[in-house]
Design a protein around this ligand. Structure first.
Ligand code: HDD
Length: 692
């Protein structure tokens, strides 16, 4: 850590610098001298400040924290972090979007990366997951195709951070294994309210290995204590303009305010003997195990309590590797995971420039490292001695191999008796049952959002044959879904998929092979998949906009503020101008944002205290009416006292008095309960006509 407080400026070689503002010239108006090594060093360093952004997941935000275990899992694993309840294992987490560039908006409709680095006493374990429990493809071989299809189209580099374009749907409609992750992408999971309010999943089936060498299959789940919540697509689009750093800022602010984000870690554990018990293959990363079939056992908690000191040094340079593993955890033959075990190390070489990237502080393991790997760009250690090989006598045989009984890593001994073959397992064939299960499990409002998302995304495709292929495939998932999307697109659902194209190009989409029309129904619904069943009992960290101007009622304001802050919500006063406003009792109030610099989509709920002069001033600025109309349209909780009701009277929602989440002259408790519910979707149809 370099701390420059109280220090003099130096060059990179330690020379004290007296003037960093002026270059060395031939007279004050003359040419600059090549001799000016201070100028040259400064510009040279600047010229090389950037490193290549990540091929995918370029846009990310990170934080430090720790993981604590509730009870020993020694029955299943020998991993220290899962057996020693006295440990506080340090972690670094990086959340990301997938498709956009480093500077793209946080609110893209996209999968979110959820990568956790555990700095354990036995070495680093990276759980590199996403906020959705399944992936788009079954074999790593298809990853470059998937990514090339979703990234901006190569001829004109459009669109940025968006899946709504022809090449993505061309690929998806020809690759039916993508349909499960694809429907999750259409759901609200793809537009989270906050990084702190989304689940995380390890996705692949891994193994836990205990001291006796016994294995269990395991899937990892992160459950946010604040629940899983999302914004609407209309908000996402507007937030992208109002504050494209919305998620990054929210994470940073919550940690700075001491409101530490938390997730519980849950495990789905499956005995080895049950490997073939299910209607799907545990090695297929496009399938989840419904929680109703194998419950999630909550085993510990992760808390993020420290922001990075420096974005580049930590969040940008952190290198996650799915092959960073510790004794007690092991891989399976999931063909997507197997490919990942190669590709992440490889990408770090071009991104960070050297095999020594593990020496960068954020990537450094806890235990000291000793081996015979040497040299390379930016070797920052000084390995001592004559030998760099094994076995040796000249170095006393060191570093010597660790005994298994003393923590040496041992790969799980899996019996393999098979032919070498380039093929996909029959057991991976079913591409439709789980997307259908997901859709069936959603509430009506979630289903509406999925319909709207498909209509938007396919509406952005310019090739009708792609739209029609998609419609036909969606029809195999759910007929009502396809009907509604087709209606919005103004297209008919074709009777059959366009086969000549598929067959001619040899695409993997002989859909009959993937069981459309005869989906398996091994579970009617999986309530755990719906955000309708998440946590709705807290308003902690929720941002409440208070609209006020000079003359606002101090009594109303203080009572509401106190009640909201008691529940750990964040109260933000928004006024017609910056600086301060004065209440009806003549006391000054600092404002948090002027209406010129903020938007309703950045808040969870709105409160309008009374005060005739204040309300008159608010009604004089059209943007306050836009603010309130948007909050109504986005189904947020709203409370008003006294003259504050005039803002509601002047809104486009005539029926506000009958609304279950709009409160006039009521005690704060009802408002607080309504905020905790996140949104009031039963309002959505009634406010469709509001023109904002
Ligand atoms: Fe990946 C980064 C998650 C499949 C190749 N991936 C990356 C990150 C996350 C994931 C969260 C960002 C890590 C960070 O914050 O630095 N990736 C996943 C998940 C997958 C998955 C959950 C499937 C279950 N990925 C996957 C495949 C391949 C890659 C099949 C290639 C065969 N992923 C990469 C990569 C990245 C990456 C190109 C880009 C930057 C990096 O690795 O470090 O190698």
């Amino acid at each position: 850590m370099v701390e420059s407080a109280g220090e003099e400026l130096t060059s990179r070689q330690g020379l004290k610098i007296n003037d960093t503002n002026n270059s060395l010239k031939t007279g004050v108006r003359g040419a600059t001298l090549l001799e000016d090594f201070i100028l040259r060093e400064k510009l040279h360093s600047f010229d090389h400040e950037r490193i290549p952004e990540r091929i995918v997941h370029a846009r990310g935000s990170g934080a430090h924290g720790y993981f604590e275990l509730y009870e020993s899992l020694a029955e299943y694993t020998k991993a220290g972090l899962f057996t020693d309840t006295s440990r506080k294992t340090p972690v670094f987490v990086r959340f990301s979007t997938v498709a956009g560039s480093k500077g793209s908006t946080d609110l893209a409709r996209d999968v979110r990366g959820f990568a956790v680095k555990f700095y354990t006493d036995e070495g680093t374990w990276d759980l590199v997951g996403n906020n959705m429990p399944i992936f788009f493809i079954q074999d790593a071989m298809k990853f470059p195709d998937l990514v090339h299809s979703v990234k901006p189209e190569p001829h004109r580099e459009i669109p940025q951070a968006a899946s709504a374009h022809d090449t993505f749907y061309d690929f998806v409609s020809l690759t039916t294994e993508t349909l499960h992750n694809q429907i999750w992408l259409m759901s609200d999971r793809a537009i989270p309210r906050s990084l702190r309010m989304m689940e995380g999943f390890g996705i692949h089936t891994f193994r836990l290995i205990n001291e006796e060498g016994q294995a269990h299959f395991v899937k990892f789940h992160w459950k946010p204590t604040l629940g899983v919540h999302s914004v609407t697509w209309d908000e996402a689009v507007k937030i992208s303009g109002a504050d494209s750093d919305f998620h990054r800022r929210d994470l940073w602010d919550a940690i700075e305010a001491g409101q530490y984000p938390e997730w519980e870690l849950g495990l789905q554990i499956v005995p080895e003997a049950d490997e073939h018990k299910y209607d799907f293959d545990l090695l297929d990363p496009t399938k989840l195990i419904p929680e109703e079939m194998v419950p999630v056992k909550i085993v510990g908690k992760m808390t993020l309590n420290k922001n990075p000191e420096n974005f580049f040094a930590e969040t940008e340079q952190v290198a996650f590797l799915p092959d960073n593993i510790v004794p007690g955890i092991d891989f399976t033959n999931d063909p997507l995971l197997q490919g990942r075990l190669f590709t992440y190390r490889d990408t770090q070489l071009s991104r960070l420039g050297s095999p020594n990237f593990h020496q960068i502080p954020i990537n450094k393991p806890v235990p000291p490292t000793y081996n015979n790997q040497r040299d390379g760009h930016m070797q920052t250690e000084i390995p001592k001695g004559q030998t760099a090989y094994f076995p040796n006598t000249l170095g006393g045989g060191c570093p010597y191999q660790a005994k298994l009984s003393e923590g040496g890593f041992e790969a799980y001994e899996e019996r393999i008796d098979a032919k070498k073959i380039r093929a996909r397992s029959e057991s991976f064939r079913d591409h439709f049952s789980q997307p259908a299960l997901f859709y069936r499990s959603l509430t009506d409002w979630e289903k509406n959002h999925v319909i709207e998302a498909y209509a938007f995304e396919l509406g952005k495709c310019t090739h009708q044959h792609i739209q029609k292929r998609m419609l036909w495939l969606i029809d195999q998932i759910d007929e009502n879904l396809s009907k509604q999307v087709a209606q919005k697109l103004g297209l008919d659902i074709p009777d059959d998929i366009e086969r000549p194209i598929n067959q001619a190009i040899g695409a993997d989409s002989n859909v009959e092979d993937h069981q459309p029309g005869k989906k398996k129904i091994y579970l009617d619904e999986s309530p755990a998949l719906s955000q309708g069943n998440t946590v709705f009992n807290t308003i902690a960290t929720r941002q409440i906009a208070v609209l006020a101007a000079d003359g606002f009622s101090r009594e109303d304001f203080n009572a509401m503020k106190e009640a909201l802050e008691e529940e750990n919500a964040v109260v933000r006063v928004i006024a017609p101008h910056g600086g301060q406003i004065q209440c009806d009792e003549g006391v000054n109030q600092e404002i948090d944002a002027s209406i010129m610099t903020t938007e309703s989509v950045l808040y969870d709920a709105v409160y309008i205290p009374g005060g005739a002069a204040s309300i008159e001033a608010l009604l004089n600025k059209a943007k306050f009416l836009k603010f309130i109309n948007e909050a109504i349209k986005h189904c947020k909780a709203i409370a008003a006292d006294g003259a504050g009701e005039q803002l509601l009277e002047n809104s486009h929602f005539n029926n506000y008095k009958a609304d279950g989440a709009i409160f006039v002259n009521e005690k704060p408790q009802a408002f607080i309960k309504a905020i905790a519910k996140h949104r009031h979707w039963d309002r959505s149809e009634k406010v469709e006509g509001i023109p904002v």
